[in-house]
Write a protein that binds this ligand. Structure first.
Ligand code: ADP
Length: 301
């Protein structure tokens, strides 16, 4: 097969591993910087120009689109879909997963366990929002944040209110969530590939930090998950329509609750913690599923 890996930094561990896994299995794989693609959408035959040539002959695309370039990145994925090239995660599903609020709404519709979450645009009713989220302590999140940036703990009603008002001052969208104290700064990340959990790890925040993101100095080790956690992770991936994703959950005293579903999960932490060849699982999934025109949306979404 000829595979396109859409990414900006081919030297990153995850991308190196995906390319190595594809080559080990006898495939051709090219790293294509989606930001350097030019989309020709005026003609009946959609074309992607890249470094002065038209991209052709690809059987599958692995999109690794960074959160800051979702708009253009998903347009490139959509163009591949219009060219009837199979994509591991479809453009619509990637765009969906990038919108925290929309993701939570989709998950809630499917009955997936979630922390109590309240979203409001106006901040004049901060007290009401805190009350609806179950009262302080609450977690306040910027809708646009990633890697734990913009996730703040409002420990007391006063602190929570000031944080909500401060975010209101810069006119940004936030959501306010029940604080799952019993998770004790730990979360579970399951990597789902093709409707199966292939690897799971437990992440723990830096001493004194309730956020367990590895980018924030957290550490990871392999985790044994419960059947309920497995079902939740698979259900979340399905609700989002993602074939490959990382599902982040907290162990709450009302069962597993999903915080986020990530369409380009980093592989370094999870492969090192679990010794699972996640990159290989992704390539094997493509081998089984990539057929011309096998995307459902084909750029119409
Ligand atoms: P990001 O998308 O920026 O990573 P998350 O929503 O995943 O933001 O939050 C970052 C970290 O903060 C999580 O991994 C988790 O450890 C912690 N966290 C987030 N929400 C809650 C919550 N409601 N209760 C307890 N801890 C939380």
């Amino acid at each position: 097969m000829k595979i396109a890996l859409l990414c900006r930094s081919p030297q990153l561990y995850s991308h190196q591993r995906i390319m190595a896994a594809a080559r080990e299995r006898g495939h051709d794989i090219d790293a294509i910087n989606h930001l350097r693609c030019t989309l020709d959408i005026a003609s009946h035959r959609p074309v992607i120009h890249y470094h002065g040539r038209a991209l052709a002959g690809y059987d599958a695309v692995i999109p690794r689109i960074g959160a800051s370039v979702t708009f253009f990145g998903t347009a490139v994925v959509r163009q591949f879909e219009m060219m009837r090239v199979y994509t591991v995660n479809e453009s619509v599903a990637i765009a969906r997963s990038r919108d925290k609020l929309r993701s939570l709404q989709l998950l809630s519709r499917k009955g997936i366990g979630l922390p109590v979450t309240v979203f409001a645009h106006r901040t004049s009713n901060a007290q009401e929002v805190i009350r609806l989220a179950g009262g302080a302590p609450v977690v306040i999140k910027l809708l646009e944040g990633t890697q734990g940036i913009g996730v703040v703990l409002g420990e007391t009603p006063r602190a929570a209110e000031s944080i909500i008002q401060a975010f209101g001052g810069v006119d940004t969208n936030i959501l306010v969530q029940e604080y799952i104290a019993e998770a004790k700064g730990e979360d579970i990340r399951c990597i789902v590939v093709g409707g199966k959990v292939v690897a799971s790890m437990k992440r723990r925040g830096r001493e004194g930090d309730f956020r367990s993101n590895l980018h924030r100095g957290g550490s990871a080790k392999a985790a044994k998950i419960t059947p309920q956690e497995r079902t939740t992770a698979i259900g979340a991936a399905k609700a989002m329509g993602l074939n490959v994703c990382g599902v982040d959950m907290l162990r709450s005293n009302h069962g597993p609750v999903v915080m986020e579903v990530n369409s380009s999960p980093g592989l370094e932490g999870v492969e090192q913690a679990t010794h699972v060849d996640v990159a290989g699982k992704i390539i094997e999934f493509i081998e089984k599923n990539a057929k011309p025109g096998a995307t459902k949306t084909r750029g119409t979404g």
